[in-house]
Design a protein. Structure first.
Length: 318
């Protein structure tokens, strides 16, 4: 088994274990977040010839030249000497200016900070040495804040702290934004179908508002799905529906998604489809939309993987 050398100590990896999992198993404290390669919180550094090919997604060319890699995605193929990376310069301070509980499980957080973003992108939110990714529901041209919708989980490290301890005027730290799950004016004449599960509708609300403000020419329909019939964003959806004739929405149970799409959209040819939610949900709905005629280039997805999350660390869309 490959040996991971970190701060002059050697740790033997076990099977197909990532560098991150090996270090955490040995009680080494390093920053980490999504464990799926999105937040970049677990970035470490090693000699380029020791780094496998598939553990640098999303990193810049400069980071790759410097030997940076994502520890959660790195399953070493040989012994590897790794070093910590100082990402403090990549973080910016943000002040909590609004904290509103939308239902018993969902929190709306609004942050004031000096940052450029697009609705639908995601930021990495840091509390102490833990990070989580959250999609942005606000539109920079319309809103003087970043809005996040956060679903609470009983053992979620970040969500529980935000629900129970965060207060107005508290300062937290952000990294990003990242992602290309955004509205594209080039397709202003195509109907938009937005499909989201849980708080996966947060970026879709932002994308819809962005499209409307840009003067989108075709219809926009948002399918908001959850495990209960009452949707946490009902008031926001009503407001959006009353403000723009091209926008419509419906709420339903997540389990009914494929049936709803098949019944209401027998053909998706020419539609531009955005899908956001858990990885399994996104894969299933993406396939369904393709089978109904949507072009692969017109299916834009944002998925969260829970494969590498430990049960006591889960914060998610659902």
């Amino acid at each position: 088994m490959p040996t991971i050398r970190f701060k002059e100590h050697d740790y033997l990896s076990a099977g197909d274990e990532s560098v991150l999992d090996t270090l955490l198993r040995n009680q080494i404290s390093i920053p980490y977040g999504c464990r799926a390669g999105a937040c970049q919180a677990c970035t470490l550094q090693a000699a380029p010839d020791q780094i496998p090919d598939d553990c640098q997604p999303g990193l810049t060319e400069q980071q790759i030249r410097q030997g940076h890699f994502l520890a959660c995605q790195c399953i070493p193929e040989q012994d590897i000497d790794v070093n910590a990376v100082d990402i403090s310069e990549q973080k910016i301070s943000a002040t909590i200016i609004d904290k509103t509980q939308l239902d018993e499980r969902t929190l709306r957080l609004r942050l004031s900070c000096r940052l450029r973003w697009r609705a639908g992108q995601y930021i990495t939110l840091w509390i102490n040495n833990i990070a989580r990714c959250y999609s942005i529901a606000s539109v920079a041209r319309l809103d003087p804040f970043i809005e996040l919708h956060i679903r609470a989980h009983p053992q979620g490290l970040i969500s529980q702290q935000l629900f129970n301890s965060a207060e107005i005027q508290d300062v937290i730290h952000l990294q990003g934004p990242l992602g290309h799950f955004v509205y594209d004016q080039e397709f202003a004449n195509q109907p938009l179908l937005l499909i989201g599960a849980g708080t996966g509708i947060a970026p879709l609300i932002g994308i819809a508002r962005d499209a409307i403000d840009y003067g989108h020419h075709a219809s926009i329909h948002l399918l908001a799905l959850d495990h209960t019939t009452e949707n946490y964003a009902q008031q926001q959806l009503d407001t959006l529906g009353n403000s723009a004739a091209i926008f419509s929405y419906q709420t339903d149970l997540t389990d009914n998604t494929e049936t709803i799409i098949g019944n209401q959209f027998p053909s998706l040819r020419g539609q531009r489809v955005y899908i956001c939610g858990g990885e399994d949900f996104v894969q299933k709905i993406r396939k369904r939309c393709f089978m109904l005629g949507a072009s692969p280039r017109d299916i834009i997805t944002e998925a969260v993987s829970y494969t590498h999350l430990r049960a006591h660390e889960t914060d998610s869309y659902l």
